[in-house]
Ligand binder design. Structure first.
Ligand code: NAD
Length: 267
């Protein structure tokens, strides 16, 4: 019997899902048990991602795949509307969820944690699988203890709908946990053009830049007396998330309950 981890990919035809299928097909420690997508059903999963035929045909029936294909881990990159049901279904079949889809509520996360514990399996929901971005957050939180004056600048493609990015908000939250209470800047400051100073968060500012051609960048700039410190992460393509996804697939085999946030795996 193979000791490869058998992975079901849901959302296999999407931008992230295709990268996951590629990862699973190309990594010797992983095996593609099934590929599920509403839109690419009937295609060979290897062909779908530009590789050789692999013999796994994309299906639209997640429940049948979970029931019949011997999967050990479900990786889901679908939509916020379907990710909760997909995750609950995986847990029901004893398949460990590794979820990249965003938009879970705290109540849903609590429910899924309970379901994972009842079933005796591990699960992971990680709104950000980028190890570099997680390290940036950790380093920034550490730096904020010594440099409490800071601003966050995040840059994404011009079609992004939300601002600031989820990653910038998470960075701000982690900084706030470590940083002393402080409202930065001049209390008499006035914006001549509305929004010029960016969004206000817990005493500091977050700036969102939107430009075509950019994938994702984040920089935290710290100012101290006579010095400044910049911590920056640049993401160039979706493949950059895959080392994190691989680590998630391996980790989830070894514990019980649901972990929320990839930062818990990075010491
Ligand atoms: P996408 O639209 O390119 O792909 C989604 C795919 O899911 C589509 O192919 C669609 O047909 C399929 N799908 C939708 N509902 C489905 C269902 N019920 N069953 C099976 N397939 C279904 O989107 P994307 O850019 O790949 O992003 C997917 C999700 O991942 C989003 O929530 C996004 O915010 C998130 N995301 C997370 C990370 C991370 O690091 N965690 C990184 C990037 C994107």
């Amino acid at each position: 019997m193979s000791d490869k981890i058998k992975v079901i990919v849901s959302g296999a035809g999407g931008r992230m899902g295709k990268e996951v299928v590629k990862l699973v097909l190309e990594d010797e420690a992983l095996e593609l048990a099934a590929a599920v997508d509403r839109s690419a059903s009937g295609m060979d999963a290897g062909r779908l991602v530009g590789l050789e035929e692999c013999g796994v045909i994309v299906t639209s029936d997640l429940e049948a795949a979970l029931n019949e294909r011997g999967g050990e881990v479900l990786v889901d990159f679908t939509t916020p509307q379907s990710a909760y049901d997909n995750t609950a279904l995986a847990v029901k079949y004893g398949v460990r969820p590794v979820i990249g889809t965003t938009g879970f509520t705290p109540e849903q996360i609590g429910d899924l944690d309970k379901q994972c514990r009842e079933r005796g399996i591990g699960g992971l929901i990680a709104p950000n699988f980028s190890i570099g971005a997680i390290l940036l957050m950790k380093f920034a939180a550490q730096a904020a203890k010594y440099f409490p004056h800071l601003e966050i600048i995040e840059t994404h493609g011009d079609q992004k709908l939300d601002a600031p990015s989820g990653t910038a908000i998470k960075t701000a939250e982690m900084i706030s946990e470590a940083r002393e209470e402080l409202r930065q800047g001049n209390p008499q400051e006035e914006e001549v053009i509305e929004g010029a100073r960016g969004g206000y968060y817990n005493g500091f500012r977050i700036h969102s830049v939107r430009l075509p051609g950019v994938f994702a960048q984040e920089e935290v700039v710290f100012g101290g007396f006579g010095q400044s410190l910049k911590i920056r992460h640049d993401s160039y393509e979706r493949a950059g998330y895959m080392p994190g996804v691989k680590m998630g697939i391996e980790k989830v085999m070894g514990y019980t309950g649901l972990i929320y946030g990839f930062e818990h795996f990075i010491e």
